[in-house]
Design a protein around this ligand. Structure first.
Ligand SMILES: *Cc1c(COP(=O)(O)O)cnc(C)c1O
Length: 395
């Protein structure tokens, strides 16, 4: 019923209010529209909707009111023109590739992206004649040098997982545009609360809603945000045909996730900053990787580019792999799992889990040492998180 223009409101308000078009029932909370198809007023109405000459739902593979509400809300929060939701973060990344790439094209991708993103380019798009060059995340010159006349887009994730390295998004967007190519940013780690890649010049954002947007580890989902033109021309036709759709139920969970995203991100980051400073003082810890610390090589960039420093902290132990495993096994509260972005803190050993499939020399080149431990800092009391770690750090 009421469709309000939320453009001029702040992100905290958009996250709570935007997207929900109240029905004539007057419901206060967004309903879950569990329907696969929609009824037309007449044969003519059906024909007009199918040809796109009249707006209206046809089939929930490509539009559904609950999913639309999630898309409209997230698009506003990222200050993008349009968002499309997908079944997972990987489905969103796959959609960008399937929509934009053709045989003979080339992609430049950061070496420090999510493992399955690397496999998507290396194992799948490569099968169809798309070549990908992998470059060092923070080396702008390497990105510039790797661009070819057939480069369709650059793909980057900042800050990176698990070392929390950054790249200057604006500088990278300038490099991309000078050479007539596009920049895709995976904004999972920051969410729109902390970083707005489109405002910095990026062309496309991809999200895994599974992480902070859900925030409580319940559903898998993803999204692509870009201009109307990019979505209409490249992404929507793929979603409609490819069918990696977000379910209405999951969209409903993610909508309520967005409502608390701003307060959660701030609390996550406050906990992480405190934990990083504390870890930095522990004698058993060799090095802490966290952009909030002045020792971080890109501390200044982090201050400029992000509103907070992030909720993932990784650190190297003096005791090598044995020390890392001992610390992990000595915790009682932290969950030993590779997932992140949950209210529950998680602890993991990247070298033998998320990065375990990489050859040892490739892994070391990427800076993933055997002594490295990663914590996705949750919303428990930070004092309890410290207490849980202290046992292993003094042992
Ligand atoms: C988890 C993750 C993905 C993939 O998302 P799924 O929802 O698990 O498919 C992509 N990028 C980053 C940075 C992630 O953390």
């Amino acid at each position: 019923m009421t469709d309000f223009d939320w453009q001029d409101y702040s992100i905290e308000t958009q996250a709570i209010r935007a997207g929900h078009k109240r029905t004539e029932e007057g419901e206060h909370s967004m309903p879950i529209f569990m329907t696969s198809s929609y009824v037309f007023d007449s044969a003519e109405d059906a024909a007009l909707r199918f040809t796109g000459k009249r707006e209206g739902h046809i089939y929930s593979r490509f539009t559904n009111p609950t999913v639309n509400a999630f898309q409209d809300r997230l698009a506003l929060m990222e200050q993008g023109e349009r968002c499309l939701a997908f079944a997972s973060g990987m489905a969103a990344i796959m959609a960008v590739g399937m929509g934009l790439l053709k045989s003979g094209d080339h992609v430049v991708c950061s070496r420090s992206v999510f493992g399955n993103t690397i496999l998507t380019f290396q194992n799948y798009f490569a099968k169809f004649g798309v070549e990908t060059s992998f470059v060092e995340l923070s080396n702008l010159q390497a990105w510039d040098d790797a661009i070819q006349p057939n480069t369709r887009f650059l793909f980057v994730e900042t800050p990176s997982n698990p070392l929390m390295e950054l790249i200057d998004i604006k500088a990278l967007a300038d490099i991309a545009h000078k050479k007539d190519t596009l920049l895709v940013v995976d904004n999972v780690f920051c969410t729109p609360i902390m970083q707005k890649p489109l405002l910095l010049g990026a062309d496309i954002i991809v999200h895994s809603a599974t992480k902070y947007i859900d925030g409580q580890g319940r559903c898998v989902g993803g999204a692509v945000i870009a201009s109307d033109e990019i979505i209409e021309q490249y992404i929507y036709p793929y979603l409609r045909t490819g069918g990696a759709t977000m379910s209405a139920f999951n969209a409903w969970i993610f909508l309520s996730g967005l409502e608390t995203l701003a307060v959660r991100m701030k609390a996550h980051c406050d906990n992480a900053f405190e934990l990083a400073r504390w870890l930095d003082e522990q004698p058993a810890v060799d090095k802490v990787h966290y952009p909030g610390l002045e020792s971080h090589p890109q501390h200044q960039l982090a201050k400029q580019q992000q509103s907070h420093f992030g909720a993932v902290v990784s650190f190297e132990l003096k005791g090598g792999k044995e020390g890392a495993w001992k610390l992990i096994d000595s915790t009682k509260m932290l969950s030993i799992t590779a997932n992140l972005g949950d209210v529950k803190s998680t602890i993991t050993h990247p070298a033998t889990t998320t990065h375990g499939r990489l050859a040892p020399e490739v892994r070391l080149e990427a800076g993933i040492k055997d002594s490295l431990v990663r914590i996705s800092v949750g919303l428990e009391s930070v004092e309890d998180i410290k207490r849980d770690l202290l046992r292993g750090l003094v042992a």
